[in-house]
Design a binder for this molecule. Structure first.
Ligand SMILES: C[S@@+](CC[C@H](N)C(=O)[O-])C[C@H]1O[C@@H](n2cnc3c(N)ncnc32)[C@H](O)[C@@H]1O
Length: 421
């Protein structure tokens, strides 16, 4: 018998070892090779169990490192991670990910020539990225991709997501957070937020005047959705195949229709109308949907106006409410109430959102990721992520007939509240 560890550090190290062993066992049971840093490395499959193990492992590893590094060392990181972001900005803006070949190396000289920059700064940016295993300097002045950098070469949507967050619209808005709070110390909404302080207009209005940036935003949204396997979550959280043929689902604020299209491809019974602004519908019209034989249609609609489709089987609001303040969410719910009533008793309003966990019900690692999105919503839109309780309060305030389950209107949070789901 191994005697139990007598120190906190040993306890955490043991936990790390046990969790890692479980991941290795799962991989070998499924004959999947372990990940490494090579460009053709496997990733660990996103099964519910692996997601749970990963969250616990991150909690244990991070606590171990926090204790070992100590608060004074961490202050140094707090100061200096800003300069990691600088390197990301240069790499994204000047196309470093695209310039380095997939199966070979690029010299600093070659990257500098293609990016149109001096060699000195290219080398310094590449080297700081390489300390995080984003690229590897295989020989002096020669870099190749790693598993952590190749994703940005392969996937334009993910590149777009990093670009507007780390380099462009959101990064610039985030730097105005204090100015925005000082302008409006106790109230925030779509018109009172750092994005408006920086860019001069609320986010969705701003994108209406910036078609190229709007296209990048739509592309990034699709990339983030794929990365987090949000489609699989949506697909598995509702009995879509039970919806009778000929009955309509309305995807309100459905963007370029990427989720509706994926659902319709998966479920041949589904007919979905995607509602959004003209600008989004222009993006949507560029897609080839011939295989769907008209089962996904697009319609311009402002969700603050009364819902015009009054005979739907279900209404979906996916990642819409987190873009709006409480008062605006109440307006969105109220504008839907008459159509829900006309569509028939029990017509569900499907709300697919991140739900913030109640105190101490989640891994800190997962909670932090959710709370980062909460602050992102505050910066970009003067909005927020919500707990289940906060959703209940808003629905009740919008219309007392909203019920969280199986009443006149059904409310469904398709995204889990706990790390374990
Ligand atoms: C975060 S995106 C979510 C898109 C999509 N539901 C998804 O899950 O990917 C929010 C969407 O709301 C749309 N939107 C914003 N204001 C709107 C309004 N007043 N009426 C209709 N759509 C709106 C935006 O254009 C955007 O496509």
């Amino acid at each position: 018998m191994v005697s139990p560890p007598s120190s906190k550090l040993a306890e955490l190290a043991l936990e790390v070892q046990q969790l890692t062993s479980k991941i290795i066992t799962n991989l070998s049971a499924n004959q999947i090779a372990e990940p490494d840093f090579s460009v053709d490395s496997n990733s660990i499959p996103e099964t519910p169990e692996n997601v749970r193990l990963r969250a616990s492992l991150n909690d244990a590893v991070l606590d171990l490192l926090r204790l070992v590094n100590g608060p004074r060392n961490d202050v140094r990181d707090l100061i200096c991670t800003l300069y990691d972001i600088v390197a990301w900005q240069v790499a994204c803006e000047f196309g470093f990910f695209e310039v380095v070949p997939e199966d070979g190396v690029a010299t600093i000289n070659e990257i500098a020539a293609k990016a149109g920059l001096d060699e000195d700064r290219v080398g310094r940016m590449m080297r700081i990225l390489a300390t995080d295993r984003i690229f590897e300097e295989v020989k002096k002045d020669e870099f190749r991709h790693t598993s952590r950098s190749i994703v940005f070469k392969h996937d334009k949507q993910i590149r777009d997501a990093v670009h507007y967050h780390r380099v462009d619209e959101y990064f610039k808005a985030a730097s105005e957070t204090l100015a925005s709070i000082k302008q409006s110390p106790s109230a925030f909404d779509a018109s009172n937020c750092p994005f408006v302080t920086r860019h001069g207009a609320p986010l969705f209005q701003y994108y209406q005047t910036q078609p190229q940036l709007a296209a990048r935003f739509a592309s990034a949204m699709a990339g983030i959705g794929r990365m987090e396997r949000q489609f699989e979550e949506l697909r598995d959280s509702y009995a879509w195949s039970d919806i009778p043929r000929g009955r309509k689902v309305v995807d309100i604020g459905g963007g370029n229709g990427h989720m509706a299209i994926a659902l319709a491809r998966k479920f041949p019974n589904l007919e979905i109308t995607v509602q959004d602004s003209v600008e989004m519908l222009i993006q949507a019209s560029k897609q080839d949907l011939s295989d769907l034989e008209g089962r996904v249609a697009f319609m311009q609609h402002n969700f603050f106006d009364p819902q015009p489709i009054t005979s739907a089987y279900a209404y979906l609001l996916r990642q819409v409410t987190h873009n709006w303040s409480d008062q605006d969410c109440i307006r969105i719910f109220r504008a839907l109430a008459p159509a829900l009533e006309k569509s028939g008793k029990g017509t569900p309003l499907l709300i697919n959102e991140i739900v913030l966990p109640a105190l101490k019900t989640s891994s800190l690692y997962q909670e932090r990721r959710l709370r980062q999105v909460d602050i992102m919503m505050m910066v970009a839109l003067g909005a927020r992520q919500r707990t289940e309780e906060q959703f209940r309060v808003l629905l009740e305030a919008a219309d007392t007939r909203f019920k969280v389950s199986n009443a006149l209107f059904r409310f469904m949070c398709l995204r889990p509240t706990k790390a374990t789901n």
